[in-house]
Design a protein around this ligand. Structure first.
Ligand SMILES: Nc1nc2c(ncn2[C@@H]2O[C@H](COP(=O)(O)OP(=O)(O)OP(=O)(O)O)[C@@H](O)[C@H]2O)c(=O)[nH]1
Length: 310
């Protein structure tokens, strides 16, 4: 029997989770080694005595100082105490200055305690899972060839920037950039060289998306877009001209005289309440069509309507 109790103690202290047992008043009755070690890493002295401290008081203190997660944790524990919920999980970030970390807190009655006066608090490090989820989320929004935003990310960003520009009555500019005669490039040099060309063009666009309100995206095979938040038409036109020149300077030559160029359709508006992304996109697409029809390797800017900035 003695032997089994010692074994349970060893297991308790060997667990990776940080575990504390508390009573109905919130008083800590026991903590395992992982709990103590986590305390030391977070500023508590190695001599700090956890047993006897009141976990609820600590949470209440943080909650009244405005810590939303402490408030949620406190509420969760009280719900388990009252039997309103049998178990509570709370996911929370706990970043240190140099490492990102996330944890789950679990609160449940202590197994075998029929009087329901003892409860188990456990904290489990879920950083690896969170980082993997973040990676998946990023991949779902990124074009694998150019590493630019993909069409889905472009649409999300455009909706958000339009809302922002509507609220602040700022002009937003949208540029559609389409490679000229790209089929000829592929036919002349092969698909792999074509991929490299798209990747080089993507880099040029990325270099022109300099502010948090800008986004460069690949939205189709050889079609790119640049969203420029809070950007007047004249500035957007300068940026488009600079892109045209930078792509020319790449000197991507195919055949004896042909060189990769792009056509750019540009529009700028101060969005009104009913302005939507589709309308803005259509304007830029019409301007792109004009640029293609007028001979390619040029910028065409959509004509301003009465609501648009001059
Ligand atoms: N290498 C490569 N080629 C692609 C990719 N996606 C689309 N393409 C090619 O891009 C070409 C686009 O051709 P079109 O839409 O006909 O246009 P274009 O030849 O660029 O002519 P204009 O746009 O009218 O100047 C097609 O030949 C596609 O096969 C890709 O990921 N890699």
């Amino acid at each position: 029997m003695q032997h089994l109790a010692a074994l349970h103690t060893s297991v308790f202290h060997s667990l990776e989770e940080q575990i504390a047992v508390i009573d109905l008043t919130g008083k800590i009755l026991a903590v395992n080694l992982a709990w103590q070690e986590f305390g030391i890493h977070n500023g508590f002295s190695p001599e700090h005595v956890w047993t006897g401290c009141n976990y609820l008081d600590t949470l209440s203190h943080s909650a009244s100082a405005g810590d939303r997660l402490a408030h949620e944790a406190l509420q969760g524990i009280l719900d388990v105490f009252s039997g309103k919920r049998t178990v509570v999980y709370l996911e929370y970030p706990c970043h240190s200055p140099d490492v990102q970390r996330w944890f789950t807190m679990r609160v449940a009655p202590l197994h075998g305690d029929d009087s329901r006066t003892l409860f188990l608090i456990s904290h489990h490090n879920i950083t690896q899972r969170k980082l993997a989820e973040e990676q998946v989320r990023l991949l779902a929004l990124q074009d694998p060839l150019t590493q630019l935003a993909n069409r889905r990310a472009f649409e999300q960003f455009l909706h958000r920037e339009i809302r922002h520009s509507t609220r602040h009555q700022h002009p937003i500019s949208l540029m559609l950039v389409d490679v000229d005669y790209f089929k000829h490039y592929n036919d002349a040099l092969g698909h792999a060289a074509g991929d490299q060309c798209l990747s080089d063009i993507g880099r040029v666009l990325q270099n022109h998306a300099r502010r948090p309100s800008d986004l460069a995206a690949r939205i189709g095979g050889d079609e790119f877009a640049l969203i420029l938040g809070n950007t007047h038409p004249a500035i957007a036109h300068q940026i488009a001209t600079s892109i045209l020149k930078a792509i020319h300077d790449l000197q991507l030559v195919f055949g004896p005289s042909e060189q990769v160029t792009v056509s750019i359709g540009l529009t700028s508006v101060v969005p009104q309440a009913l302005q939507n992304a589709d309308a803005l996109f259509r304007q830029a697409d019409n301007a792109l069509y004009q640029a293609k029809s007028a001979g390619r390797n040029r910028v065409e800017q959509a004509l301003p309507t009465p609501h648009e900035p001059h």
